[in-house]
Design a protein around this ligand. Structure first.
Ligand code: BES
Ligand code: MN
Ligand code: MN
Length: 463
């Protein structure tokens, strides 16, 4: 790997400039007005894979945004690593809160990233992390040091639930056959505390609508006489947690796997400072389910959160009105062995059952995804551990994450493959928020670490 590592050092500046170019294309998958840009991004990714030396590069059509496929098969008797990532990004709004335009990437220094960080939508999630794989691959190809076969599957709909990728995977099982899946779309604990993600939460996402009277009413003439859908919705939502911040939906916890005391004390070894956590978020204290630490609340415990709520008059000044309808979007993060479809149904029945007389409730399910855990007693984990040790000088800590990547559970179900989650972002990198960024240290360290994974994995497979 010496030539590979030298190649990376010699091409650092170009690797950065190429990522900046990729970040300029606004590949917002959720907004149809960006459809052309999403496709241009797919083309850009495809051509960068081609230049890097991949074969069979293809932009694969789906019912939605395309999937980019590429591979390099050097020897059928060697293991095959399937790299997954996504080139789509979250919407950039609220745009006013960005200190520089979201699709005009710039490098700025921060307290946590003294060497500089790239500020742009998608810098960390996931264009920057996905592109690390393209560059690591390029370095191994150009130096003749690629030790095994590689396949790339880079999608454009992760941020909207990966519905079409599920179909793509089912229809392309042979083409996607591999020994392991490698993903950089998560984070690590700190730049001097490398970690490997060993679990992701699942997701059930619903939209609710509460209807009261058949039209908006004068709040003086009718106030006090009819159920106000906004008051009612607020009450219904408030009732979904009890005083211990446990979720009150009957059956919600039935399938939750409780960790053993041993597993919990192992988890508690990961460094965490409540003070630093609160300071970074400008809050006085943390909040959550009684009996669990903040780390646990954010990873091994399921949650229910309102993501948006609206209804009635929100314009300037005061308008005296009782709205006919009130709405909310609600996400539930799930842990093993909760099933998103079952949880959505439990929510639906419960929410309908608590609607008072004089109101009607509609629940519309959105996308969901199953939780996933990845084994630490596997060759994949061992290879990742060796790779991090080479570049960070210490072994990574296994940590379960609170985020979701629904396709990971699908990979196991459809392809029978385990995933290794080698993330290089930090929780403070503001993914999905204004001023998303990705440290230059993290970008380069990722590119340097990935080739070591390939070597270690190939070696371990042989034995
Ligand atoms: N890369 C994130 C997920 C993530 C981030 C996992 C950090 C662990 C650590 C991914 O792009 C994402 O945002 N997923 C969505 C789910 C999807 C169905 C919209 C999420 O978690 O909200
Ligand atoms: Mn992502
Ligand atoms: Mn995301």
């Amino acid at each position: 790997m010496e030539k590979t590592q030298n190649y990376i050092q010699e091409n650092k500046e170009r690797f950065l400039n190429e990522l900046l170019e990729l970040l300029k294309i606004p590949s917002v998958s959720a907004d149809a007005s960006y459809t052309g840009d999403v496709r241009r991004t797919a083309e850009h990714v495809a051509s960068s894979l081609m230049t890097a030396g991949a074969d069979n590069v293809e932009i694969c059509e789906t019912a939605g945004h395309p999937v980019v496929y590429a591979d390099k098969m050097i020897d059928a008797s060697l293991p095959t690593v399937l790299v997954y990532g996504h080139y789509d990004v979250q919407p950039a709004d609220p745009i006013d809160l960005w200190t520089s335009p979201p699709f005009e990437p710039v490098v700025k220094k921060t307290e946590i990233h003294p060497d500089g960080a790239i500020f742009a939508r998608g810098a960390c999630d996931d264009k920057g992390q996905m592109f690390m794989h393209v560059k690591a691959f390029e370095a191994m190809i150009k130096t003749g040091e690629l030790p095994c076969n590689v396949k790339f599957m880079i999608e454009g709909e992760e941020e909207v639930g990966s519905a079409n990728l599920g179909i793509f995977v089912k229809e392309n099982k042979a083409r996607l056959s591999a020994d392991i899946i490698l993903v950089s779309d998560t984070g690590m604990l700190a730049n001097d505390v490398p970690s490997v993600t060993t679990g992701l939460r699942g997701l059930s996402y619903v939209e609710v609508e509460v209807t009261g009277p058949n039209r908006d009413l004068h709040s003086g003439l009718y106030g006090g006489c009819v159920a106000n859908p906004i008051n009612i919705l607020a009450e219904m939502i408030a009732s979904l947690h009890d005083e211990n911040q446990r979720i009150t939906i009957p059956g919600f916890y039935d399938r939750v796997v409780e960790l053993t005391d041993e597993e919990r004390s192992e988890m508690a070894k990961a460094p965490f400072s409540k003070e630093a956590y609160c300071k970074a978020l400008d809050i006085e204290n943390v909040f959550g389910e009684a009996g669990y630490s903040t780390m646990e609340r954010g990873s091994i415990r399921p949650t229910l959160d309102v993501n948006g709520i609206w209804g009635g008059y929100i314009g300037q000044g005061a308008k005296t009105v009782i709205a006919s309808k009130a709405y909310a979007k609600i996400s539930m993060r799930l842990v093993p062995d909760q099933d998103p479809t079952e949880i959505t149904n439990l929510f639906l029945h419960h929410f309908e059952s608590i609607a008072p007389k004089g109101t009607r409730v509609k629940v519309t399910p959105h996308h969901g995804g199953e939780p996933a855990v990845t084994p630490i007693d596997s060759i994949g984990y061992a290879a990742a551990s060796i790779a991090y040790e080479k570049t960070f000088g210490k072994k990574p800590i296994p940590v379960r994450s609170g985020g979701s990547i629904p396709i990971v559970a699908m990979f196991e179900k459809e392809l029978g493959l385990k995933t290794v989650l080698m993330g290089f972002g930090l929780d403070s990198d503001a993914i999905h928020s204004p001023n998303e960024h990705f440290g230059l240290f993290n970008y380069y360290r990722g590119i340097e670490t990935i080739p070591h994974f390939y070597v270690a994995y190939t070696e371990l497979q042989k034995n």
